[in-house]
Design a protein around this ligand. Structure first.
Ligand code: HT7
Ligand code: ZN
Length: 875
């Protein structure tokens, strides 16, 4: 089927610079009347047709400059409207179409969620509202008049600033919105409905007062207060850190309950999945609060990186997404604990992006072809894209990076730009050559870096030998060397940093090695004792690092490294080594003394002073089953991994029991709930101790967790206890899940927590329980959050049950995908990506997965989204 290539990019022969829409919203059918101000581009030949995109539109009329077009003057297909011979001068194309938002189950374009009409246009949804040049390089100003029944939709919102409103006949009313900033159609938005709101304001550095509002379902207004606080902090941060101010009179956010993604950065009117807006202690965990803050910031930051400077074409998606993720990561790091944020981000990168990059769906942050752009909103574009920006910032320093950003905005404000434009701004502002660096955007796969060392006491020299290699990925058999910034330090025997008199053999700038060849050997002179190297501090590049360090050296780093990331990493590395041996031994621990040494180091970390409570909590969480599977690579047996991990956690819990109980008790806190850093970190460590204790599998630990669950006064504590018991498959887990279900029947977002946990029970009965939930006629079959919580969690977070050797888990998921695909292809395609690891399983599971995938292939017509993922997964 049709593939789109970056090399084929060409500007359109005509462009649209002004759009006037009149939208009559009514149940069943809405009518869109559009005036498009069209201009032929210089050089366009007479008679060149104007081709507009359209999808599921019913065309009622078409005219040019007020004169209706005869039937032969235009052509309509299911995906386009072509004006055969438009005038070769500026003209106004007028169309009227009818659409049916109530029937729009794809949640792309104009649809109805819970009674509220709303839009989602990125990437290609605007063509489902009206005929248009629906591509990001066409920038136009928009004026929108919305008309609706006042009782059904008292709130009428669109992009930009309010420009009039009033009453009409028959109980109707209207509102006019004018957006002065030229924008591509994917940033268009409209909302109409009966909504509650909270209001606030923000004064920018230059004194402009901005009216802020968050709209939501009536009765949930109090749940939006934290999001509002996060919004104001985001606005202030972007001014402080990047000198970027907001540029409209109003900024509106709307929370809706049916949404395919997290949120959307429409100019001046961000639309959110309500799970990323609502946060009160009774229903949201601390992790939920963090996510609300992060995504509110992310969408707000898009106002400059995405809206003011947008993408020329969808291949450049990471221009706005990678950069904006980097910006939201920095915001969270500045607002909270930087090391903890870095560890969390790297954990996500490894468990999602590295897996994608090592499998059939691997692609560069800037792909050069696609069949379905919706399938490229990936962790590679987002998270690896952010890592690439982070490496630029690492190499240029904070000031150098800021200069590059300033130049980028100076050059491209109001434009649709490319990755090359972005990188050129940094090369030019810093006067450096980034020709090799840009390959991070163009090459897929995770570089494997190996570093070994050698100390020579006689000459007091120390050598570091580095090699890099990237495995082939689909369509890219041969890889080139990347520019890898390796932040490092040498640590002397007493634990303090060591300097050197001279270094030769490669580029070393301060504490940064710039490793840009296949191999390199650095020689440090003036080294009086054998140092232990701390490598890739702060995880300064998205690579897989292996070193020649012994477990002893790693434990030394865990105690002495000044870099918190590497202290955490050292403990993870030791744990991974133990786990790999245990998997090889069929799930049993083989080296008791190494386990004891690890447990003792963990004890010191928890007892010792360095690192906050959230950092300590992170050190207690062992590598995930997915992490271990990745380290094994081929012939993976998820059950052996599950058992090995369980055995290690149990051994650690037994050895640390006294310490865990002491810390758990010492951190009890009966002061009122607070989102202040100290309070959330305290909960994190206390709950990590509890989770670790539950891993011991003793009745006392189970009873302690049950009491913790029952006595909890907030969702963080309640979920922590329940989740620990569920994952340990404790005897009372099912009863407590039932209790949780009845406690929160009325709250859909808490129902999601129940669905997700129920799907993660590591027990053979889980699949039947999930089937029963899905078969319940009251289950909301079309809501993406519910579906992802149940089936997404099963496929991605229950590795043993998903990968049952008899194939039952695989078949359940592929049958689900075939069914959902008929209504919402985006949700179906995303769930299907859980199979990206299928070739890594041992032979029996591999065959079972392939057979499920083949049946899906034969099951009938699949959407382009699902067919694309399936085709690449099986290729
Ligand atoms: N830029 C937004 C992407 C998005 C999206 C993509 C596909 C389908 C639905 C969608 N909703 C939002 C989200 C962001 O990165 O901010
Ligand atoms: Zn984004």
């Amino acid at each position: 089927e049709h593939t789109i290539y970056l090399k084929d990019y060409a500007p359109t022969p005509y462009f649209i610079d002004r759009v006037e829409l009149e939208v009559e919203i009514a149940p069943e059918k809405s009518v869109i009347h559009a005036l498009l101000h069209v201009v032929p581009r210089e050089g366009t030949e007479p008679g060149t047709p104007l081709v507009l995109d359209g999808d599921e539109l019913l065309l009622n009329s078409v005219a040019i400059d007020g004169a209706p077009l005869g039937l032969l003057a235009y052509e309509v297909t299911p995906s386009s409207l072509t004006i055969n011979e438009p005038p070769l001068r500026r003209f106004v194309l007028e169309t009227t179409v009818t659409i049916e938002p109530e029937k729009n189950t794809r949640l792309m374009g104009f649809y109805r969620s819970n009674g509220t009409w709303c839009t989602q246009c990125e990437p290609e949804g605007f063509r489902r509202i009206t005929y248009y040049l629906d591509r990001p390089d066409n920038l136009a100003t928009f004026n929108v008049t919305m008309i609706a029944d006042k009782a059904l939709a008292p709130v009428l919102l669109a992009n930009g600033n309010p420009a009039g409103s009033g009453e009409l006949e028959n109980g109707k009313h209207f509102a006019v919105w004018e957006d002065p900033h030229p924008k591509p159609s994917y940033l268009f938005a409209m909302v109409a409905g009966d909504l509650g709101a909270i209001h606030d304001s923000f004064t920018t550095t230059s004194g402009k007062e901005v009216a802020l509002a968050i709209y939501c379902e009536h009765g949930k207004e109090d749940r939006c207060l934290y999001a509002m606080d996060a919004l104001k902090r985001s606005m202030a941060w972007d001014e402080r850190r990047f000198g970027l101010e907001y540029d409209l009179d109003v900024f509106n956010i709307v929370a809706v309950s049916d949404f395919n993604f997290g949120a959307m950065e429409n100019k001046g009117l961000n639309i959110f999945n309500d799970r990323l807006v609502f946060a009160i202690p009774e229903t949201a965990t601390d992790a939920d609060y963090d996510n609300v803050e992060r995504v509110i910031a992310h969408e707000y930051f898009h106002n400059w990186t995405g809206d003011r400077v947008t993408c020329r074409d969808w291949f450049q998606l990471c221009l706005k997404e990678g950069l904006t993720v980097y910006r939201d990561q920095e915001f969270s790091s500045d607002e909270r604990s930087r090391p903890v944020k870095r560890i969390e981000d790297v954990r996500l990168l490894r468990s999602a992006q590295f897996v994608e990059d090592g499998g059939p769906l691997a692609h560069p942050p800037r792909p050069d072809h696609y069949r379905e752009i919706n399938n490229f909103y990936t962790t590679t574009v987002y998270e690896k894209g952010a890592e690439v920006v982070r490496m630029l910032a690492t190499m240029l320093g904070r000031e150098g990076f800021r200069k590059g950003m300033d130049l980028y905005f100076e050059r491209h404000d109001g434009q649709a730009a490319t990755i090359e434009d972005f990188v050129a701004a940094f090369a030019d502002s810093a006067g450096v050559n980034l020709d090799q660096f840009i390959h991070w955007y163009l090459q897929a796969g995770t570089p494997q870096v190996a570093i070994s060392d050698e100390y020579d006491a006689a000459s007091q020299t120390y050598k570091l030998k580095l090699t890099q290699k990237t495995d082939p990925t689909p369509g890219q058999p041969d890889k080139r060397a990347m520019v890898i910034p390796v932040r490092f330090g040498l640590i002397g025997p007493n634990g303090s940093p060591m300097g050197w008199s001279k270094v030769s053999g490669g580029k070393v700038e301060g504490d940064l090695i710039i490793f840009e060849t296949d191999a390199m050997e650095l020689t440090f002179e003036g080294i009086a004792n054998r140092p232990v190297p701390s490598l890739l501090r702060e995880f300064s590049a998205p690579v897989k690092l292996t070193t020649s360090l012994s477990a002893e050296d790693q434990l030394f780093l865990a105690r002495h490294d000044s870099d918190p990331f590497n202290r955490w990493q050292a403990l993870q590395t030791v744990a991974t080594g133990i786990l790999l041996d245990a998997v090889r031994a069929g799930g049993k621990l083989t080296d008791a003394s190494r386990v004891e040494a690890l447990a003792d180091a963990l004890r010191e970390t928890i007892e010792g002073g360095s690192g906050d409570d959230a950092f300590k909590a992170l050190t207690l969480s062992m590598p995930t089953e997915d992490n271990i599977a990745q380290a094994i690579g081929q012939n993976v047996d998820p059950l052996a991994i599950h058992e090995a991990r369980g055995a290690l956690r149990k051994a650690i819990a037994q050895r640390l029991q006294d310490r865990l109980v002491l810390t758990y008790n010492a951190l009890a806190d009966d002061s009122p709930f607070s989102t202040a850093q100290a309070a959330t970190q305290r909960r994190a460590l206390r709950n990590a101790c509890l989770t670790q204790l539950v891993a011991s599998g003793t009745d006392e630990a189970f009873a302690l967790a049950e009491a913790h669950y029952r006595g909890a006064t907030n969702m963080t504590d309640r979920m922590a206890a329940l989740s620990a018991l569920v994952h340990a498959n404790a005897p009372m887990a099912q009863a407590l899940l039932g209790d949780f279900r009845t406690l929160y029947t009325a709250d859909p977002l808490v129902l999601d927590k129940w669905l997700s946990l129920s799907a993660q029970v590591p027990d053979a009965g889980t699949l039947d329980r999930i089937k029963a939930i899905l078969a319940d006629p009251t289950f909301p079959r079309n809501n993406p959050n519910r579906l992802r919580s149940l089936v997404g969690s099963f496929a991605n977070a229950n590795p043993v049950q998903f990968a049952q050797p008899d194939g039952s888990g695989f078949r359940f998921v592929t049958e689900f995908v075939a069914d959902v695909d008929k209504r919402n292809p985006q949700v179906a395609a995303r769930v299907l990506t859980a199979f990206r690891i299928w070739r890594n399983y041992e032979p029996q599971r591999r065959a079972a997965a392939e057979s499920a995938l083949r049946s899906l292939e034969e099951s009938g017509t699949l959407s382009r989204n699902t067919a694309d993922i399936l085709g690449r997964t099986l290729a």
